[in-house]
Write a protein that binds this ligand. Sequence first.
Ligand code: HEC
Ligand code: HEC
Ligand code: HEC
Ligand code: HEC
Ligand code: HEC
Length: 333
Amino acid sequence: MSALLLWVVLAQPSFDVAGFTRPLQLDAPGAAACAACHPQRAAEWRASMHRQSLTSRVFLDGFSAEPQRRCLVCHGPLEAQLKHSWTSRHLLARGALPPEGSPVHEGITCAVCHVRDGEVLAPSAAALPYGHPVRFTPALRTSEFCGTCHEFTGHAVIDGATRLNALPMQTTLSEWRAWGGAQTCQGCHMPGASHRVRGGHDVDFVRGAVRLELEGGVAIVTAHDVGHRVPTGDVFRHLVLWADDEPLRRFGLELGRTEDAQGRPGVGVVRDTRLEPDVPVRVQVPAGARRVRLTWHFTDASPRPRPLLTREDELVELSSLPVVRSAGLRARR
Ligand code: HEC
Ligand code: HEC
Ligand code: HEC
Ligand code: HEC
Ligand code: HEC
């Protein structure tokens, strides 16, 4: 089972990826091998962040700071991608990409989720006139399948070897379990089996799930219609609530030096101020403020020079409201 295979890979401190990629027996593991017969799925996928998992400038910017082989086990998991990207790691870390159209460029391509042992993993058991061998794989429709990549711990480099530790990095699957709602990841992110998989890079999608309101002098921020914390996923993504140009509140993770349950040191989460689904957060707006705004940040705010990102790549404004004080309040001041 694919989920199991990937999990086994991730759980192995040595990062032997062969167990995951060896069963692939495709002449051409790229999406072109599927697109001719599944044009709609291919078009959706091309517009998705899964397609850009190895070439997204936000990823490459992070990779330039920490060019670990481990990153590619999720961001470019095919054997060909790993080999190529690893041999040209220093180029990749500077943003030099493999040729477009090559499976190496494609990141999380069709075969990563769908192909094992020369068979296509299919979500339904319907007897269709398949153009290829299929293996009915109900796991494809479970949140646990997505969790194989969307839930993982940190690592430390000890004597040159990468070792996983127990410090949580991304916890979307656990957050989803804690939420306890009826929808799966696919239910919200793949409606009608769409492979567009909208998420944090689709600003309208995020806007539709984060509400900013003003009640008197109080700003209220609420995440709704979402099955995990906001933001979930990448540890550096965060929200900031502003009064004019003053930051009032940050919603996100804060990383720092910490220890795991066994007392082993590492970098982990020291504070979690992310929004919980359907729990409004109220923040007093300082007197005299004219406008409150909510911004969405794709990176941390460290002063590290960023080789690949522009300001536009780093943040967007989600909403902005004028502060209207009542006449009564104004008269009292
Ligand atoms: C020669 C044409 C052809 C090619 C090439 C092809 N497929 Fe298919 N595939 C089909 C047909 C026909 C069906 C059955 C009807 C349908 O679901 O579209 C099917 C079914 C599927 C299903 C199951 C659909 C379901 O409802 O359960 C999946 C998943 C799938 N293909 C994925 C792929 C992937 C991934 C590739 C590339 C590695 C690929 N296909 C390449 C023709 C093809
Ligand atoms: C991140 C994993 C992932 C990737 C990458 C991916 N798929 Fe899928 N695919 C799924 C999941 C999950 C489902 C089941 C969705 C559902 O039914 O809710 C699915 C369903 C399908 C189906 C059957 C649904 C339908 O009626 O069309 C086809 C066909 C398919 N995928 C083709 C492709 C092709 C072609 C690509 C590459 C262009 C691709 N997939 C890439 C995870 C993936
Ligand atoms: C092979 C690992 C892998 C699997 C399996 C996987 N993902 Fe992802 N996913 C990623 C990576 C890596 C990214 C980050 C891409 C980037 O922005 O660089 C990502 C990004 C996303 C995003 C964010 C998109 C955005 O606009 O920011 C969503 C939503 C998402 N995945 C949902 C899913 C769902 C739902 C499933 C299960 C059907 C799934 N993923 C399965 C690795 C995976
Ligand atoms: C009830 C609907 C719902 C469910 C269930 C759900 N999501 Fe989301 N997800 C959203 C919405 C809405 C957003 C946009 C807000 C945001 O970016 O956090 C989002 C954002 C994301 C993002 C972008 C990261 C970010 O910035 O927050 C990822 C990655 C993601 N989801 C993965 C998953 C995975 C994996 C699962 C299953 C374990 C899942 N989601 C379950 C609705 C849902
Ligand atoms: C276990 C799988 C896994 C590993 C290992 C992993 N990532 Fe990711 N990464 C993900 C997933 C899943 C997402 C999508 C979550 C989201 O969009 O918020 C992601 C998102 C990101 C993002 C945000 C991308 C964007 O477009 O916004 C960056 C940056 C990133 N990863 C860097 C790295 C680096 C650098 C490494 C290695 C040190 C690494 N990742 C290792 C799974 C992984």
